[in-house]
Write a new protein. Structure first.
Ligand code: A2P
Length: 324
């Protein structure tokens, strides 16, 4: 089995390599792909030295599985070409997520959607963190409406986001900013481009992707995406209204039994999930679990996950693992 990682020099791509090793994914040949700028660059991985190749060079190789994380434009153009050449593509960009012929998969939730598809989309990082906390509660009590607010790490904007935060912090000029305003000592209610009706792309991803993964087109969802000057993970405040009345102890026990979720919830000890708690981990941490007393059947919770791991690289490798 030959594997390719597209975007292997990037934040998510390099973590995909690490997770492939951690999860002991077997391979014969490994191809590391990035832009023309990086062609020929040497990367050391698993006691081997790999030379970065370009997408066009990769089209001549025999690739069984390709993990794509080089942005939407690259995925739109090259994912179909890789599939045509015989590869199964797991795409971390937003390019194919809402295509009705492409499954959008969180392996704990809807692995059966993969069927015999050879192009599979990895959901948005905040969608994954939120839906991991939600899906088993939804199965038990049926979510009717979600109000989601995210507090997203700069690592979600790639190296550009990290560089802007730390250059600003060091008082250095920012050559290629990721955001239209200062991010250090600031927060920006802005994730992705603004759409005509006042929402941002990232907000609409949360709405559409959640409905698609849960096969629940009627869930009412509204979202606000906020960029905060942190690294380590995305945090999500979720208010969910269920069809049915719930029992809070049962909510705890459902979350305790959910694979990939860890409860961190002890107000007396000031225990709740933070980005620093989630950093470098594959699990989604859930806390501040409490009834919303303002409305019947409503629950509040707080979830945090490493957006580069479960929000991106880990979920993609888990999809690969599910297929093989
Ligand atoms: P490169 O390092 O050569 O620019 P991040 O989001 O962390 O900045 O990473 C983006 C990844 O996508 C990098 O590996 C980057 O490679 C890769 N990439 C960006 N544009 C292209 C492209 N046109 N073709 C192939 N890889 C690309």
């Amino acid at each position: 089995m030959n594997i390719a990682v597209v975007g292997a020099t990037g934040l998510v791509g390099s973590l995909m390599l690490k997770v492939l090793a951690e999860q002991n994914i077997p391979y014969e040949k490994l191809y590391l792909i990035a832009s023309q700028r990086s062609a020929g660059k040497k990367i050391s991985f698993n006691n081997n030295i790999y030379s970065i190749i370009t997408l066009d060079e990769a089209l001549d190789k025999n690739i069984d599985f390709a993990l794509f994380s080089a942005g939407k434009t690259v995925s739109l153009e090259y994912a179909p070409l890789f599939v045509k050449n015989g590869a199964t593509v797991i795409d971390n960009s937003s390019a194919w997520r809402m295509d009705p012929t492409v499954p959008l998969v969180v392996p704990e939730i809807n692995p059966e959607d993969i069927k015999d598809n050879r192009l599979i989309a990895n959901p948005n990082c905040s969608t994954i963190a939120m839906i991991m906390a939600l899906f088993n509660l939804h199965r038990r009590y049926t979510a009717r409406r979600l109000v989601i607010s995210t507090y997203q790490s700069v690592t979600g904007s790639g190296m550009k986001g990290i560089n802007q935060l730390f250059d600003e912090r060091a008082g250095k000029p920012v050559s290629n900013p990721a955001y239209p305003h200062k991010i250090d000592l600031n927060i920006l209610p802005h994730g992705g481009a603004f759409l005509d009706y006042g929402y941002t792309e990232e907000e609409i991803k949360l709405v559409n992707e959640t409905r698609k993964i849960l096969h629940a087109p009627d869930i009412q969802i509204t979202a606000t995406v906020v960029r905060v000057p942190v690294t380590g993970g995305h945090s999500i405040s979720l208010n969910v209204e269920f069809e049915d009345e719930f029992d809070l102890q049962d909510v705890y026990s459902i979350l305790q039994k959910t694979e990939g979720v860890v409860i961190a919830d002890n107000p007396k000890e000031n225990l709740y999930p933070t980005p620093q708690m989630a950093e470098g981990k594959d699990e989604v941490f859930v806390g501040r679990i409490r009834r919303d007393f303002s409305r019947a059947h409503c629950l509040n919770l707080w979830a945090t996950a490493d957006n580069l791991r479960k929000g991106a690289a880990t979920n993609a490798v888990q999809i690969l693992k599910t297929i093989i």
